[in-house]
Write a protein that binds this ligand. Sequence first.
Ligand SMILES: [Zn+2]
Length: 383
Amino acid sequence: MKSSLRLIVALSLATLAGQNAMAADYTAAGRLFYYDARSLSTRPLNQNNGAANITVEVREKTDGQAATKLATGLVGWDGRFSVPFSWASAADPRPDIYLSFQFKNSKWRVVNANGAIYTISSPVRWNNAAGPIGFGDMFVPRNTDYEKAMWVFQSMNEGWMYVESESGVDAGDQIRVQWPGKDDCPTSCASTSGIHITRARAGNTKNVIHEYGHMVNFHAWEILSFDFTGLGNDYCRTEGDDAASCGHDWNSLEWPYPAFKEGWANFVAYAALDCIGNNNCADVEDRRFNRNGEGNEGNVTAVLGDILDQHGDSHVNPDTGVQGRDNLDWNFRAMVGVLAHMSLIDILGEPDVTDYVDEIRDMYDGVNGPTWESMMNNSWIAY
Ligand SMILES: [Zn+2]
């Protein structure tokens, strides 16, 4: 049975080949680099880095007609790509090809203000013989929007590497990332429809991963199609005329829901950038104890960082004399698991970290180290 099937396939191929020319095998290869001048990246800065994880299409250039896509591949971590394709045409025995580099992959895409995916093309290599076709080293044009869009793309890469590739947590497929963002998002923002990065923050790796952290949160809550406009939009506790325009930052006094949501997003960024337990990177470790138990995103970040990090804090709770905890058997996946246990009713109740205390305690139990109470008493949480 198997051998007769093979025969049918072989006959079909022979028929096709008879109508055209014999199919020939090619490979388009080369490297694509961009100049990396972002802040707080995990990759070496102020040098050319590989345009990792973007899509490369091999296309055939035909005068007066739309180009034909011949094959698709991905650029590797070192900027290398190698995309095999075959060509068979009696009328045109040798293909004229070029490469289309598109700022997308199966997980996210970076689009411009009009919603179009950033795309750059190589020169055309005319009339190629079968075998390898080398495009050599190519570079994203310096000081262009393409370069900055590539920074946004590579910061997404770093967030994704930590959250999904290393931790096994899926933040969802095809996140839309727009740069520059929209006018009603003066800073960057994330919503169920995707991420918007404000123009000035293309090179701000922490900000891009922060917004990615919001998407991890939304995905864990399974509210990517849920319109929560109006829910917890009041970030800070300012009252009076300027309350509506009140924004938020690392130190602002906030309601519990935004404090939790923003503290979580900060935490994802600092974890991905290896800033937890690294004071050269961010003041997460030595954040001062907040004895009033007030809502504040920087303190939420510090609490989550304390859960994850690998060494004790230098700050001490002045009321208890207890230092931060140390060496918990904890991982990022478990933390997203805690998020995912929230029901929509919980979310509508505008959760803060205290809503997670029992679940976190379950995961903490059985681990050697400071008591749970010691750890929580050292945080901003009053429970
Ligand atoms: Zn945020």
